[in-house]
Design a protein around this ligand. Sequence first.
Ligand SMILES: [Zn+2]
Ligand SMILES: [Zn+2]
Length: 241
Amino acid sequence: MHYQEQAAGTRRTPRWLLFTWFVVIGAALLATSAPVANASHSDTSSYKRHQALIHWSTGDGSVQGANDEDYCADSQTGSMSADTAAVRVRDTLVVASPHWDGTGNWRLDLWKSPSPCTAYADRNWIELEYRVADNWNARCGGTYAQYSCVEHYTPIYTSQYGHYHYTWNNSYLTVTHIDGGATEYRELINHESGHLFGLLDGGGDCPGSIMHNRWYGCSNWPNWYPSNGDFNSVVAIMNGR
Ligand SMILES: [Zn+2]
Ligand SMILES: [Zn+2]
């Protein structure tokens, strides 16, 4: 199985960003070039494909605050309920160890929405959506049900770090990639979440990474969890590299 990510389009168009369409077009053009893989496998251009709030924290994991990352899950297939999808995403992100939640002294502080994504008419407060379907072929490419992928929406510029990053970020999960045991769904959800936090796919090298795993010809990372290098890479992105 192979998986890929894309960066394009816009999920919502907030009126508070007059330049939204300009930067969305810029991002769409950028997406036509292949992701660059390097030692720390993160973006090298001024457009950094990660959720914008990962640079900052509000307290620690005990209090939900403005700089924390809210996420929801939902399903549009009868093969998996929205609740099951949410349980599997939360298990991966905050329960199983090691996990992404808390990375960078709680700059990554993940909070699940009480209800499925589509229960909310206004989802502007939810930074990350995990959506499950039988097939994301039209969105992710490949053959039927071949790929899961992520998309990043509405870039915003932060002068403190000198780059664009993204307000809303969706992970499109093909149900047959996450309907098995914990090892299977955690591997996929951790990989796609790595994209949400700024990591790119493997490009032939095998540094020991959930992003450079068996799907990319690497036999040295058979694990379902992110490596120390993956956590360190996300912290480096948080620090503005
Ligand atoms: Zn990937
Ligand atoms: Zn950033």
